[in-house]
Design a protein around this ligand. Structure first.
Ligand SMILES: O=C(O)CCC(=O)C(=O)O
Ligand code: NI
Length: 283
């Protein structure tokens, strides 16, 4: 509404509220109506108007479909999540509705409850400690840049990538997360993925194909790998190992925000350690 009309409307309203004279009312645009300095509305499709992201960060996400924020989650919080995960593995806590995925390569006979058995816990909304990740103000502050306000945690996971069996079993083929989710619109969804330790190509870092968030949802299927596949993962059909993947080397606490159509995956874990990352999908 333009300012003279807004002032006139305000005068009428104040009059109706019983004020005797509402003559000298001046209407000021609210903060919501004033674009922040440097804001260019026509350029942005995947990020929201607020003052959290710099113009460069916004443009980077718009162009590439992901953004890495260094050292976002504290070491102390990550230690709490790690401890809670270990308690779950030892069955000291059994949160309701938690889905626990076991390593396909470990024989049933080796069953000793430990983190070596468990590759992933998922849907941890009933676990107060793990769910704290989804409520961390420092994470939500960035999530809101992509989803807007009114944020909902739709899917949660802590991934404990095991050492590879030599058959690519620890590889997560290139995929789009939207394949797994029955809700839309995709531009109101963001994935937040926080490294729980140093992660590079040796222990299976995230690999992304920048700019692919602008593409559509592709058909997914089991990859045609000679070594065999891990039956829990789908990948895109045109999974070409010689494409322009960018490998995201990250430190503990670094957080990757990415669009659900961004094609991404993670490589094999060539170490003997269990590579950990916690992530959630917010809409
Ligand atoms: O290996 C990872 O941590 C990423 C896994 C992933 O992209 C997924 O679960 O959708
Ligand atoms: Ni994914």
């Amino acid at each position: 509404m333009d300012q003279p009309r807004a002032a006139a409307r305000l005068r009428i309203l104040l009059g109706q509220l019983g004020r005797r004279s509402a003559g000298a009312v001046i209407a000021h645009p609210t903060s919501g109506a004033v674009p922040p300095a440097g804001f260019h509305p026509q350029q942005f499709q995947y990020t929201r108007d607020n003052s959290v992201l710099t113009l460069e960060q916004r443009q980077f996400y718009e162009d590439n479909g992901f953004l890495v924020i260094k050292k976002l989650v504290s070491d102390a919080d990550i230690e709490c999540f790690r401890n809670e995960f270990e308690r779950i593995c030892r069955k000291e806590v059994e949160p309701m509705r938690l889905v626990v995925m076991r390593d396909v390569t470990i024989a049933k006979s080796e069953y000793v409850p430990s983190q070596k058995m468990i590759t992933k816990v998922q849907d941890f909304q009933e676990d107060e400690e793990l769910f704290r990740y989804c409520t961390l103000p420092e994470v939500l502050k960035y999530v809101e840049c992509f989803t807007g306000p009114n944020i909902m945690a739709m899917h949660t996971m802590l991934i404990n990538k095991p050492p590879d069996s030599g058959k690519k079993t620890s590889c997560h083929p290139l995929h789009q997360d939207l394949h797994y989710f029955p809700f839309r619109p995709s531009n109101n969804i963001v994935c937040a993925w926080t490294a729980m330790e140093h992660i590079d190509r040796n222990n299976g870092c995230l690999a992304v194909l920048p700019g692919t968030h602008k593409s559509s949802l592709k058909p997914h299927h089991y990859p045609q790998w000679e070594e065999g596949v891990n039956g829990i993962f789908h990948g895109i059909e045109d999974d070409d190992e010689n494409n322009d993947q960018v490998h995201l080397v990250v430190e503990k606490g670094d957080t990757v925000f990415f669009h659900p159509l961004l094609i991404h995956g993670s490589g094999r874990n060539k170490t003997q350690g269990f590579r950990k990352g916690v992530w959630e999908l917010q809409a």
